[in-house]
Design a protein around this ligand. Sequence first.
Ligand code: 7PM
Length: 274
Amino acid sequence: MKELQCGRFKLDLNRPLVMGILNVTPDSFSDGGHYHHIDAALAHAEKLLADGADIIDIGGESTRPGAAFVPAEEEISRVIPVIKALQSLNVPLSIDTRKSTVMRAALDVGVDLVNDISALEDEGALALVAKSHAAICLMHMQGDPHNMQATPAYLDVVAEVSAYLAARRDAALAVGISHHRLLLDPGFGFGKTLEHNVALFKALPDMQEQLATPLLIGVSRKSMLGQITGRGVGDRMPASIAAALMAAQAGSAVIRVHDVRETVDALKIWHALQ
Ligand code: 7PM
């Protein structure tokens, strides 16, 4: 029985889990009011849960290519009240951050999973997660969000991303993080051209087998889907669902999505008919 140890929870990995995205960046709510943003986040989280999300991923830093840097204190003041407000929902809570100070604050209020687009490279991050019981997602990124899409370049994108993920996994194991707490993520769109993203996606079954660690896949609404379909970001749900099903078929453990209700239905059909 494959399981992910995830803070307060043990999650069954024998079917793909759906991680619902909860943004608490200022552009995701209108008037910027403090109470309004907590209420709006709570309402959105309740909807994600009712729609069938297995995990809720809370992010307070926009990692859009070219996005401005968010100071740690600002990120903490956005996400910590939301994590506290969501504790009683009894669903695994994930913090999407690269900063060890934000991780510490989130772990102190009982977050169950640390989702780090920089794979615990921040100073002190590995040790911090090691002494918690949280699960950890280690993602590959080439460059930094502000410059990563300028000139992505690889000799062999699949080999390089796999080697990086294996090295970060080994660094996590070396500080005492159990393999049962680990997820790896190729990082679609993070310093990759369409060609790189397609090569990585096609290699998912091989990467899964070679790394022998559960994979988390995030392609929901991403520009690679826009490049293939010609659709704008608000019109990529069908493309996102198609990619989610293919990620499931490739053996992915967790699929990170905006449109939870639709993805959960699609995955139920995939599971029943596969
Ligand atoms: C603007 C553009 C805002 C892009 C947010 C994004 C991933 C992630 C993100 C992923 C993991 C998005 C990204 N993407 N964490 N956080 N894997 N583990 O499109 O692919 O959601 S943020």
